[in-house]
Design a protein around this ligand. Structure first.
Ligand code: ADP
Length: 328
């Protein structure tokens, strides 16, 4: 059976980008079709300036939202990365296989290190090495597929390279995984800056729809979404990125093609209102379930404890085999 692994970082509140790019497919497809593991990758939240209490709170909130979105602990394994030591154990071995040039080429490293520098902060070494930890997250489970938004494509490529290199040098230990991306909304863009992805860790929030936003906040953010001065609605990602982003979000909600939807609206105002309505409806059940689960943290903690035990049992033999293969 295909094995799938993916995760979410607790660096901020989960966004519509996380949902449309990743979480929704985990719920609707992956947990039904494969042996699936999903984790809150809290170690990755330490790569930039962070507040310990906030990381702990956001980890729990992310896990609660994953369950609220419909991940079913009877069908898949939901856990927190730091509860399973195998991730960090394997990451070090992979650091001994990776070379520094390939790490410095990572686009997210370039962007995030520039952001940290311009905020007058030091660039943590872990910001450079975290794609290796991500490779360990995936390879420890011998995952075949990694369902992610396309911002993660380069990191999964690196994971493949490291797996192949390790297998070649030390004997076949890892499965070489492949990334899968959704057909539309693989990269949901910021509503205020449609050339930048909607990212939960960004400071400015007016262009970001959070999964727990109130319906009127969602409608307000969409009303103020930046488009362009061309009249009418047409789908052109290059020339009209703001309008294309709205069409893709709507397409992802309704299942209709963006090109078709473009024909159905004659102005930006009507399109924005339709997107707002569709997003509010899409998120309604998730918000309701989140409220219920938040009142039952004992249940969430139990799921995470059980999830970590299952995850450990899957990861340990592979990580032990890697230690033996590399000469330890
Ligand atoms: P973020 O950039 O919001 O911190 P994470 O690194 O935690 O996101 O990613 C969690 C998942 O959500 C990944 O699969 C990632 O590709 C996906 N994702 C994040 N932002 C977007 C986006 N704007 N559009 C589509 N998918 C996204």
């Amino acid at each position: 059976m295909t094995r799938i692994l993916s995760g979410i970082k607790p660096t901020g509140h989960l966004t519509l980008g996380n949902y449309l790019g990743a979480l929704r497919r985990w719920v609707d497809e992956d947990q039904h079709q494969a042996e699936a593991l999903f984790c809150v990758v809290d170690l990755h939240a330490l790569t930039v300036e962070h507040d310990p209490a906030r990381v702990r709170r956001l980890s729990r909130q992310a896990a609660t939202l994953m369950l609220a979105a419909g991940l079913d602990p009877a069908r898949c394994t939901v856990f927190v990365q730091s509860h399973v030591d195998e991730h960090a154990r394997l990451s070090y071995l992979l650091e001994c296989v990776a070379v520094d040039g390939e790490m410095r080429r990572m686009i997210q490293y370039k962007e995030k290190s520039a952001r940290a520098r311009s905020a007058g902060q030091g660039v943590r070494l872990s910001l450079l090495t975290y794609p290796v930890l991500m490779a360990a997250d995936i390879l420890a489970y011998r995952a075949d597929e990694v369902p992610v938004g396309d911002d993660q494509a380069q990191h999964v490529e690196l994971t493949r390279d490291l797996a192949e290199r390790f297998n070649q040098r030390y004997g076949r230990t890892f499965v070489v995984p492949k990334a899968t991306h959704p057909a539309v909304a693989a990269r949901v863009m910021d509503l205020q800056n449609p050339l930048d992805k909607m990212g939960k860790s960004h400071e400015a929030t007016a262009g970001i729809i959070y999964l727990l936003d109130e319906p009127d906040a969602i409608a307000r953010k969409l009303r103020r979404a930046v488009t362009d001065s061309e009249p009418g609605v047409s789908y052109d990602r290059e020339a009209r990125p703001g309008v294309a982003n709205l069409l893709e979000i709507l397409s992802s909600c309704t299942g209709e093609l963006p090109e078709k939807l473009a024909e159905a609206y004659d102005g930006g105002g009507a399109l924005k209102a339709a997107v707002a309505e569709a997003v509010v409806e899409l998120l309604r059940p998730l918000r309701a379930r989140h409220a219920e689960l938040s009142a039952d943290q004992g249940f969430v903690d139990g799921v995470l404890r059980e999830g970590a035990a299952r995850a450990r049992a899957v990861a340990r033999p592979t990580v032990d085999a890697a230690y033996a293969a590399i000469g330890l």
